[in-house]
Every structure is written in structure tokens, then in C-alpha cells.
Ligand binder design. Sequence first.
Ligand SMILES: O=C(O)CCC(=O)C(=O)O
Ligand SMILES: [Fe+2]
Length: 207
Amino acid sequence: MVCEFSESVLDEVADALVARGYVCLDGIIDPQLVSALRDKVFNDDGAHLRPASIGRGHEQHRNADIRGDSIRWLSHECQTDSRYLTLMESLKDGLNRRLYMGLFDYESHYALYRPGAFYKKHVDALKGSQNRILTTVFFMNPDWQSEHGGLLKLYEEDGTPLEDIAPLMGRLVIFLSERFPHEVLPTEVDRASIAGWFRVAGSRHGF
Ligand SMILES: O=C(O)CCC(=O)C(=O)O
Ligand SMILES: [Fe+2]
């Protein structure tokens, strides 16, 4: 299984980030890996999902009014997780080569939104030195229908709605973390995703 993005995909992502700050890509991840990732949420690992919290460190707390998903962090100890993380490493290297973004490390979690769950409008970048610079959201929902809800809604910095993105199987969305407020609209059916963030080392980056 190939665990790196092609040069042409990396070119496309880099060009889109420069032009618009975000990109939505379909079918760029091996379908076998996509279904293995989905199985992690719905089969073997479902029991390890925990209600998500918000904030960082001692400011971290659960707040079901803001987000209702359950999560599990990816780890290189699991082979399927590791394949996804290796793929994201190739994205990091490819973007650093093209845009000198200084992306340093990556953290990501599976998220399961049960019917009725949502994540209110927020910005991913957290306060502190290890800031989140680039967000990835990957979807694993076959047969998604518009009546299922659960759209990822992106906004401009000034709050103007920008794009509603359906959480379709195999779709990867990448955006600059500080620039785009976004929310997950309430879902009617189980909705699985992997949210991830690249951070820079040390101080804030001026991209
Ligand atoms: O699952 C999604 O569509 C996005 C989730 C999200 O915004 C987050 O976890 O920060
Ligand atoms: Fe987010």
C-alpha cells in the first residue's frame, strides 16, 4: 500500500492553499485504507472512543453544548493509524518543500458523531506556542445523503458562510487553521471523520 501523496496532489494542495487557503479533495487515498480507517471507528475500536473535550491543559473540559462527538487519538502503534499518519507526513514534507510552512508535527483523532451530535462554530488554532497551523478533516461515510445533515460548514474570517461540505467517504478537506471558522451541523445518522492538525515548533508562524 502506497503511503504517500503523489507530487501532483501535493502541487494541487499547495496551489489551493496559496490561492484560497483551503481545498477539498476526493479519491486521493487508497480505498482499502479508507475502509480500514472506517472499520477502526465502527468495529474493533468503537469501544475506545471517549467523549471529546474542549480547550487545552487545565482549561480542558467537556462541554456537550459545544461538541457532542466521541474521539480516539491515532497512534503509530496501530498499523492502520500508522498508514494514515505516514500519509500525512508526506503532506507535511510536500507542503514544507513547496511553501516553507515550517509544519513540525501532527496530531489527529477519529471522531464519531452519533445522531443529533454537532460541533458548534469554532476556530481550531489554540492559544499557546505550539499553535495549530493547518487542519485536515477526512470523512468515512459511504452512502451519505443530503437529508443526513452533518455538513462541515466553513466560514470566511469575517463570518460570511463560505462552503458547506458533505462528509463523503474518502473526502479530505485541508484548511489554514487560523483563518476559517467552521462548524459541524447536527447529523441525523452516525458520522465518522478524522480531524488532524499540523503544528509549528516553538513560536507562532507568520504564514
Ligand atoms: O468532523 C468534522 O467535520 C470537523 C471536526 C472539527 O472541526 C474538529 O474536530 O475540530
Ligand atoms: Fe474544528
